[in-house]
Design a protein around this ligand. Structure first.
Ligand SMILES: [Zn+2]
Length: 315
C-alpha cells in the first residue's frame, strides 16, 4: 500500500481547473510540486523548483504569468534509473514533450535564471550516467537560491560529509522533544506525497521550517480546505524509520517506545518488514524492534545501531 496521493476527487472543480497541470496523467508531476508552486506564487520563497514533463512548459508559464511569476526550465532532462527509483541521471534536453525537466518559478526573472544555472552545476556529475550523485557543494548554493532556512543548510553541509548521508537520521538526532508534522519530509517514497517543505530540515522541530510550513498550510487552507485536510492527515502519521527508503507508516498512537496501530504502509523493500502488516503493536528500544499481534510476539528485528529503527512521532 502506498501513501495517499492527491486525487482530483478530493478537490473542488475550481481548484482542479486552476492547478490542473499538476494532475496530468501519467503522474509525472511530483505531488509536493503544487505546494512549492503555491509557496512561491504567494511570496513565501524566492524560487521554487517544480518537476514535470517538458510538454507542460506552456501551461506552467501561463499559470505562473497570471500570478506575477516567470518560469525557466532546465536545459537537461531527468532520466530515471529503471533499477532504482531513488536514482536518476541527466542528459542534454532534446525538447521532446515527454522528457522530464525541472521548472524554476520565481517572481524575479534573474532569480529563476540563476537558480536554473546553479541547478545545472548541481547536476553536472550526473550527466549521462547513473549513480553520479549531485554536486553537494553546489547544493548549498541551490538551497540558498530556493530560500531554505540557513540552519537547515548548515546542518545539510555537516551531514553530507558523513558517508551515510542520511539526513532524516541527522534531523531525528537533533530533535528535542516531539517532532512536528509540518516538517514531515522523509525519503521513504518517490514522489514524496504532500510534503510542505522541500528541504532536509535540521531537526523535525526546526522553528524556521515549522513557521514556513505553517504559513503555507494556512494559505492552502484558504484556497482549498479539502486539500489542506488531506495534507494534514497524510503528514500526521508516526513513522518507524530504518534509513533512506526504508520505513513503515504506522496509523496509530505513540506511547514512549511503543506504537499501537490499526493499519500500516510498508515502504521498505525488505521482505522482513512485511511482518508489520500482520501486527498491531510495535515496541522499540536501543537494540531491537519487536512486532506483536496483541500480546503474541510475531517477530524481532535486531537493530544495526540505535538509529536503525526509530519512531518519529509526526502525529
Ligand atoms: Zn532548520
Amino acid at each position: 500500500m502506498v501513501p495517499m496521493r492527491i486525487e482530483r476527487e478530493h478537490l473542488s472543480p475550481e481548484f482542479v481547473r486552476r492547478y490542473g497541470l499538476f494532475f496530468t496523467e501519467p503522474r509525472y508531476v511530483h505531488d509536493n510540486s503544487l505546494n512549492e508552486f503555491i509557496a512561491v506564487t504567494h511570496g513565501l520563497k524566492p524560487c521554487a523548483r517544480v518537476q514535470g514533463p517538458f510538454r507542460l512548459l506552456g501551461q506552467i508559464q501561463e499559470l505562473a504569468g497570471t500570478m506575477g511569476c516567470v518560469v525557466h526550465h532546465s536545459r537537461f532532462a531527468r532520466v530515471r534509473n529503471p533499477d532504482n527509483p531513488f536514482d536518476y541521471a541527466v542528459s542534454p534536453l532534446r525538447r521532446h514533450p515527454q522528457e522530464e525537466v525541472y521548472f524554476y518559478v520565481s517572481r524575479d526573472e534573474d532569480i529563476a535564471r540563476r537558480t536554473r544555472d546553479i541547478d545545472h552545476e548541481v547536476h553536472a556529475p550526473m550527466m549521462n550516467r547513473f549513480g553520479g550523485g549531485l554536486d553537494k557543494e553546489r547544493c548549498v548554493d541551490f538551497g540558498r537560491a530556493l530560500g531554505y532556512p540557513s540552519c537547515c543548510i548548515e546542518s545539510f553541509q555537516k551531514a553530507r560529509r558523513d558517508a551515510q548521508c542520511d539526513y532524516a537520521r541527522v534531523a531525528y538526532g537533533n530533535t528535542p522533544g516531539k517532532p512536528s508534522f509540518l516538517t514531515h519530509y522523509l525519503d521513504l517514497s518517490m514522489p514524496v506525497p504532500f510534503a510542505l517543505i522541500s528541504h532536509y530540515p535540521c531537526s523535525f522541530s526546526c522553528a524556521r521550517s515549522v513557521a514556513f510550513a505553517d504559513r503555507l498550510l494556512a494559505i492552502i487552507r484558504e484556497e482549498e480546505e479539502g486539500y489542506a485536510r488531506a495534507i494534514e492527515e497524510n503528514l500526521r502519521v508516526p513513522v518507524l524509520y530504518f534509513g533512506v527508503g526504508k520505513g513503515i507508516r504506522l496509523h496509530g498512537n505513540v506511547q514512549g517506545g511503543e506504537v499501537l496501530y490499526e493499519r500500516c504502509e510498508v515502504l521498505s523493500p525488505q521482505k522482513e518488514h512485511k511482518l508489520f502488516t500482520r501486527g498491531n503493536r510495535v515496541t522499540v528500544d536501543d537494540r531491537r524492534v519487536r512486532v506483536f499481534d496483541r500480546d503474541q510476539l510475531l517477530g524481532t528485528l535486531t537493530k544495526a545501531d540505535r538509529y536503525n529503527g526509530v519512531i518519529i512521532d509526526f502525529t
